[in-house]
Design a protein around this ligand. Sequence first.
Ligand code: PZK
Length: 289
Amino acid sequence: MRLVHSGKIRDLYADGQDLILVASDKVSVYDVVLPTPIPDKGKILTQLSLWWFGRLADIVPNHVISGTDVPAEWAGRAVRCRRLEMIPVECIARGYLAGLGLDSYRASGSVSGVPLPPGLAEGSRLPEPVFTPSTKATTGHDEFMTFDDMAAEVGAEMAAELRRITLEVYQRGADLAAARGVLIADTKLEFGQTPDGSLVLADEVLTSDSSRFWAAEDWQPGRPQRYLDKQFVRDWSSTITGWDRRPPGPPIPEHVVSATRARYIEAFERITQDRWQEVGPCSSTTQTS
Ligand code: PZK
């Protein structure tokens, strides 16, 4: 299989007309990939993404061909998908204030040109979810663009359709997850087009790598929120003196790895209300205690 794109965490392969998206167990903090994997992370996020695609299919078609018809070595962590013409904009919806959205609010009172009310704090819930598209930077960090910037790039009709679908996907996902104890502060969606021009939801959806997941019971505006997944890695890494947050990062100790793996599983189980079960080439013959 031909590697067509290698990301920090995931890889994209071509298989005939199709693409195979493969999620690794790598984890990043402060944008640096650490040398120690979190066992099963790629499988957990892939299975969660597949679960969401099914839950969202009445809103928008998606690129998934199969979550099982993939090479055995990648079973559970790979998705066979349709090759699309990708839209060159990150479609982001935010329901809470964090990250670059918070930075932009502090600097200008707005995000992507959308004015927000005064007095919001880090972690505040927004009066209503906002669409904050950003450029797909080839180098460095993505930058917010206004709706008009986006319309100039993809056309006014397409921009309006992407905003509508993005907010609908976020609203559905955030409502469902919140009822199950997970706040989805924001999420990034990627779309592509089929040869006939219709829009298709691509990439991964509503995972903790494409979104901010917070445990609902710990949410408290006015401070940095605790992530439901990699908080242990962040907390531990902040105690490493002599790491300047540039690559290579330090190896993660075993107790942090296992606690972090448990949090990924907890997010999966809370949201899907299903038990995490290893999916793999021989899960039926894997020994369980
Ligand atoms: C596509 N990416 C981002 C994701 C990487 C890079 N269905 C599709 N058709 C065409 N292109 C893409 C997709 C999807 N999804 C996605 N870049 C291109 C990406 C994961 C790993 F290395």
